[in-house]
Design a protein around this ligand. Structure first.
Ligand SMILES: Cc1cc2nc3c(=O)[nH]c(=O)nc-3n(C[C@H](O)[C@H](O)[C@H](O)COP(=O)(O)OP(=O)(O)OC[C@H]3O[C@@H](n4cnc5c(N)ncnc54)[C@H](O)[C@@H]3O)c2cc1C
Length: 234
């Protein structure tokens, strides 16, 4: 069967089987633990590998990167079933932050960069996050002030991302919106750069929220963070 987004072979039976898998996973691996995770301010990191082993993290990603091509209705069904039986929007947000961190890499990353970044995330071994919002106003993306200055073969990044970066405390890959042309105004001169989470110069501060405590969220500071220019997307 061909679907609107070009994926093949996802039958009604496949959807039902996926729904059963997700329901069992949510009832067994998530719902009973939510109170303790809310208290701890994060969920067990092993949840990523458990979700990966069931193919949930890779749903909708290409096979050559370790994913399972799937139509949007399968991904919607995953979200609805987790919401119905998992009992925590916060766990869902952090567990699936790859689905905001990776799309820019899939859309604009080179084949080499995709091969480096994506498979370990789909295996649940690495965590991906997206960092766009700044204190000046998340809606006003064109006003962002974090800069990436070209220096030899690298970019040197300075700035701050706040309110709020989902999976920000634990992310191994941060897909970061920066201004590569410091003199530019508005949307022109903005680029996305993938930053390894262990790069020197990154400071992470836990953000205390009113709810969704089990979703790890952080403010991120970048002070002279140096990444190779090949990590720029597009
Ligand atoms: C749970 C949660 C998780 C998040 N995770 C991430 C993440 O992983 N990565 C990330 O980068 N960001 C994340 N964010 C930030 C989110 O993207 C921003 O909160 C959002 O873009 C809104 O920005 P803001 O909070 O700065 O509000 P503002 O932009 O300051 O807006 C405040 C209010 O003013 C209104 N407004 C703004 N501009 C205008 C205008 N021109 N005209 C009329 N009304 C206007 C808005 O609609 C809103 O009601 C997260 C936020 C939440 C709540």
């Amino acid at each position: 069967m061909n679907t609107a987004d070009g994926t093949t072979g996802f039958s009604t039976e496949d959807l039902q089987s996926l729904q059963t898998t997700v329901e069992r996973f949510a009832k067994r691996a998530i719902a009973p633990h939510v109170p303790e995770w809310e208290e701890a301010g994060q969920f067990d990191r092993s949840l990523y590998t458990q979700a990966a082993e069931l193919g949930l993290l890779g749903l909708g990603y290409p096979e050559h990167l370790g994913g399972t091509p799937a139509p949007w209705r399968a991904r919607n069904m995953l979200s609805q079933t987790l919401a119905r039986y998992g009992g925590s929007g916060g766990v869902m947000a952090s567990l699936f932050s790859l689905n905001i961190g990776l799309p820019p890499v899939m859309a604009h990353g080179s084949a080499e960069l995709q091969a480096e970044v994506v498979p370990p995330v789909l295996r649940g071994e690495r965590i991906a996050a997206l960092a766009i919002t700044e204190s000046g106003g998340g809606s006003d993306v064109a006003g962002l002030r974090t800069t990436a200055r070209a220096d030899g073969a690298d970019y040197v990044i300075d700035g701050e991302k706040v309110f709020i970066i989902t999976s920000g405390l634990r992310a191994d890959w941060i897909t970061l919106a920066v201004r590569t042309d410091a003199a530019s105004k508005g949307a022109s001169g903005i680029s996305m750069v993938v930053v390894p989470g262990d790069t020197p110069g990154i400071t992470r501060t836990r953000l205390h929220k009113m709810g969704w405590h089990s979703s790890d969220t952080a403010q991120l500071r970048f002070d002279g963070v140096r990444v190779p220019q090949r990590y720029r997307l597009g």
